[in-house]
Design a protein around this ligand. Structure first.
Ligand SMILES: [Zn+2]
Length: 327
């Protein structure tokens, strides 16, 4: 993002204009090539040919953004880092095989401790790496959804998760609709589960609404239409669902992101977390079509790698950037 301030480089560009034309053209061509590559990744920059200066539509950079959502490319699973004013929450921790990837990513963001670790629900592609991640990076709080005793998993993955959480000594809370907490200046409200009536784990997913200044982000775990209906049935929620950013439920499956739910959310940016050529066929085209009714800003980890949504409080603007995939 070092090219952000090229406007102030106009003196340098004026000087270039006085040099021999061919050299000038080569330099200009290089500049355009670099900027075009950046534009492909961020979609934010444009080059004005008349005055050969670089203009940015928005004066924000990821480094300046007080609020950031990092949807880490962990293959078929979820792991999302939320940063607000220097405080951090990790929502889910993918399959156990992704632990090095998650730890490396957290290290790249200088995250050495977590204020919150949130397990949306007890499936392996959401809690698998928590044991190794929490061993290295201690959370102050661990949160998970309330759900019926009959759904408590008997898997080794779940046992390892429980042992790891206990070993951290973190405060451990099962949450449900109406609970709330803060992360920096972000206000976080739990929208679901509403109660313990869900019949399967996906529909116990902890659904988090994060409001930061003027924007709202929704994190839905693997919530399916059944749980979406319980949220829509709670009239107090209806005014709360409209969101700038939506992490689409259940990896873009057609069991989630129902039209009634999306009509309330009206997302401007959507992230789908799923693996390349995954055996479930996620994301499903009909779901992408439903999302496309509301926005053309749909990003998929399987195609674009890590997805980072960020918001700058001073300019009240947000943007999204992706790492791209190695081919
Ligand atoms: Zn999942």
């Amino acid at each position: 993002m070092a090219i952000q301030n090229h406007k102030s480089d106009s003196n340098k560009l004026n000087k270039l204009n006085k040099e021999p034309k061919t050299k000038n053209k080569i330099i200009y061509a290089i500049l355009v090539t670099i900027l075009s590559a950046v534009a492909l990744i961020t979609g934010r920059y444009s080059v004005s040919e008349e005055n050969q200066t670089v203009q940015s539509d928005q004066e924000i950079t990821l480094a300046d953004a007080e609020f950031q959502v990092h949807v880490i490319d962990v293959g078929q699973g979820d792991s999302i880092l939320v940063c607000a004013d220097g405080e951090t929450m990790l929502i889910d921790a993918a399959e156990s095989k992704s632990s090095t990837e998650i730890l490396d990513y957290l290290a790249s963001q200088n995250v050495t401790e977590l204020n919150y670790a949130a397990a949306t629900h007890m499936h392996a592609d959401h809690i698998g790496s928590f044991p190794k991640v929490l061993e290295q990076i201690k959370p102050e709080h661990v949160i998970e959804p309330v759900y019926a005793d009959s759904l408590i998993p008997t898997t080794k993955t779940y046992e390892r998760y429980l042992d790891a959480v206990e070993a951290t000594g973190a405060e451990y809370t099962a949450m449900k609709a109406g609970d709330s907490f803060t992360l920096g200046n972000a206000q976080i409200t739990v929208l679901a589960p509403v109660d313990e009536s869900a019949k399967d784990l996906n529909n116990t997913s902890l659904v988090l609404r994060i409001q930061y200044d003027d924007i709202v982000c929704l994190f839905t775990g693997d919530m399916e239409v059944q749980e979406e209906k319980t949220i829509l049935g709670n009239l107090e929620n209806l005014g709360l669902l409209k969101a700038t950013f939506l992490k689409a439920g259940h990896h873009g499956s057609d069991t989630s992101s129902g039209e009634d739910f999306l009509a309330q959310v009206q997302p401007k940016y959507v992230a789908v977390s799923c693996g390349v050529n995954n055996k479930y066929g996620h994301p499903v085209q009909s779901t992408l079509d439903h999302l496309a009714v509301w926005t053309d800003q749909i990003y998929i980890t399987a195609q674009q790698g890590d997805i980072v949504f960020y918001y700058d409080k001073d300019t009240k603007s947000c943007d999204i950037t992706t790492s791209g995939k190695e081919s």
